[in-house]
Structure formats: C-alpha cells, structure tokens
Design a protein around this ligand. Structure first.
Ligand code: GAR
Length: 208
C-alpha cells in the first residue's frame, strides 16, 4: 500500500479523484496527509471530510526556506510518505525537498508539456494561452518533479481537443475530466513498482 501525501493550493478536485480511487479500491494507495499553503482552500476541507490529516504549511510560518523545508520533510517522514503528489500546488519545491524525494514527487499540469508550462503558467492562464495560440489540441501531463517549474521526466499524457468556440473555462473542464482519470492511473503504476526514470525518459515496465 503506497502512502501518499497530496500537496494542493486550490479546490482540490484532483485530490478528490485520488481519494475516491483509493476508497473504491481502484488503486493500491492511501492518502495519509494533505498539505496546503492556503489555509482556507477546498483541498484541506476535502481531507477533513475523509478523515485524512490536513496540514496548513506556508512559507510565512517559517523564518526562511531552510526552516520551511525542514517542516515539510519532517511531516512527510512522520507520515512515512512514499510518494508526494502535487495536485494544483502552486509553489516551487526547493532543491532540498526535490533531492530528498528524488523521482518520488509527481506533478500534474493541464497542458501538453513542454509547451504551455513554466512559472506563470498555472490554472486558467494555461488554457487561455492554449486558446490564444490557436492550437487544435491540448491535454494533460503527469511528470516527475525536478528543480524547475513544470519540468522533469514525463510519465503520462492524454490529448484533449480544443474546439474552435472554446473558452478557457470549457477547455479547463474537458481537461479536468482527463486529469481525474490519469492521476490515479499513474499512481497505480508507481504502486505496482512499474516506473523507472532513466535520464529524461520514463519507462513503464509490464505488469507482473
Ligand atoms: C488543475 O487543473 C492542475 O492541473 C493545475 O491546477 C488545477 C488544480 O485543480 N495545475 C497547474 O496549473 C500546475 N502548473 P484542482 O485543485 O481542482 O485539482
């Protein structure tokens, strides 16, 4: 049973999809900790409803980055977390944290990386940029987290069409449906120990 910590800043619909998948027994994993930098976000409320420990951890509570990192790493260690799941977490993790959980931190991004990613590219801004670009397809990317925003080896992607009359909101809805499917599927690949990171490439080994 893989022990997950989910870090989220917003509504937490991806968190909910993961919790639902664990409760339905679809994935061999359990969310043992939810952490947010935002004390009144939906994600923390969702954790509470499911009896999952919820922690508000913000840079402002600590004198500096090193202390914040120590607090985060302590919480992850205390809960014996195997895999850290970023689900709409809008902060960059420091190199110290990335190093401590190398290849064991995942992020979901609502577009096809390496396009439409980076520091200012989150939430609705991503969909707006996709629509403005005239691209006919967008999608979802789940990747292993490294030291840069929306960067690191890609584990899985799904393609979503962009319709010519789409608004950012419509596109976001269509992409979210795929996000909610792909994240639990990727977590299950990790639970089955089928994922190997080799440089910039992720290889998925066959089951059994
Ligand atoms: C999701 O669409 C996720 O892909 C995106 O934020 C949303 C969070 O929704 N993440 C990023 O843009 C990261 N660069 P949720 O809180 O309902 O899961």
């Amino acid at each position: 049973m893989l022990r997950l910590a989910v870090l989220a800043s917003g509504g937490g619909s991806n968190l909910q999809a993961i919790i639902d998948a664990t409760e339905r027994g679809e994935i061999d994993a359990r969310v043992v900790l939810v952490i947010s930098n935002n004390s009144d976000c939906g994600a923390l409320a969702r954790a509470g409803k499911h009896g999952i420990e919820a922690l508000h951890l913000s840079g402002r509570q600590f004198p500096g980055q090193a202390e914040f990192d120590a607090g985060l790493l302590e919480a992850l260690a205390e809960h014996e977390v195997d895999l850290v799941i970023l689900a709409g977490y809008m902060k960059l993790l420091s190199p110290t944290v990335v190093k401590a959980y190398r290849n064991r931190i995942l992020n979901i991004h609502p577009a096809l990386l390496p396009c439409f990613g980076g520091r200012e590219m989150y939430g609705m801004r991503v969909h707006q940029a996709v629509i403005e670009s005239g691209a006919k397809f967008s999608g979802v990317t789940v990747h292993v987290v490294d030291e840069k925003y929306d960067h690191g080896p890609i584990v899985a992607q799904r393609v979503v069409p962009v319709h010519q009359d789409d608004t950012a909101e419509n596109l976001a809805q269509r992409v979210l449906i795929q996000e909610h499917k792909i994240y639990p599927q990727v977590i299950q690949l990790f639970a089955e120990n089928r994922v190997r990171v080799e440089g910039n490439h992720v290889r998925i080994h066959s089951a059994g």
